[in-house]
Design a protein around this ligand. Sequence first.
Ligand code: ADP
Ligand code: MG
Length: 227
Amino acid sequence: QRTHITHLEKNRTLAELSATISHEIRNPLTSTRGFIQLLARSDLTTLDRRRYVDHALSGVDQAITILTDFLNYAKPPLDMKEQLDIKEELEHTIRFITPYANDFQITIDILHECETPLYILGESQKLRQCLLNLIKNAIESMPNGGRLSLRTCKHPSAVQISITDTGVGMSEKQLNSLGKPFYTTKQHGTGLGLVVVMSLIKKMNGKISFTSSLNRGTQCSIIFQQY
Ligand code: ADP
Ligand code: MG
């Protein structure tokens, strides 16, 4: 059984997000504070000291990650001036992510259905950031290896990028939670990746949709107007 969902209006206002952000940053900072207090004690074994330092650092790292993702979201409007070939942008992102995929024992295949360049208007850095986030999610859904299939194709006046994995998949309920700030099922996730992706794609006048099947995998499609 497959479920399908399209996200167009999932963007939160900055004000709504800011309220939750402060909460999410306070948590890791509070725990870091606790570990620093423990570190001030004089009767610690070397092992305990090491552990408290690690915990304190990971709290700070978590806060930094959340801030970085949030700033990406809050940045000023896009520069839509660049003409981008989605095939090139995808290839570039793949080169960047291949070592990460190799760590997960994942096979990558790429299919460009159309031989000519597929142009859109957008901002290269932002498009790459979206692709990177989506491909990373696909890879992370396959902890025991699998296949990552990337495809580009052309419609009458639009172009499409598809990212398909053979990973854990999602239930309908999980699909509906995509793009909600801080929704994550990962131990070290931020749940902000897709919030950023959806906001950027919307700014580039694109549309994103997900199809998924539990234990089988997920397909994500992005469609942009052809330029
Ligand atoms: P994060 O990756 O930090 O958890 P995201 O916003 O990128 O945050 O993703 C939110 C959640 O959506 C993930 O934790 C995961 O549960 C789910 N998800 C996203 N992409 C996929 C995918 N390709 N397959 C399975 N689950 C996914
Ligand atoms: Mg992610």
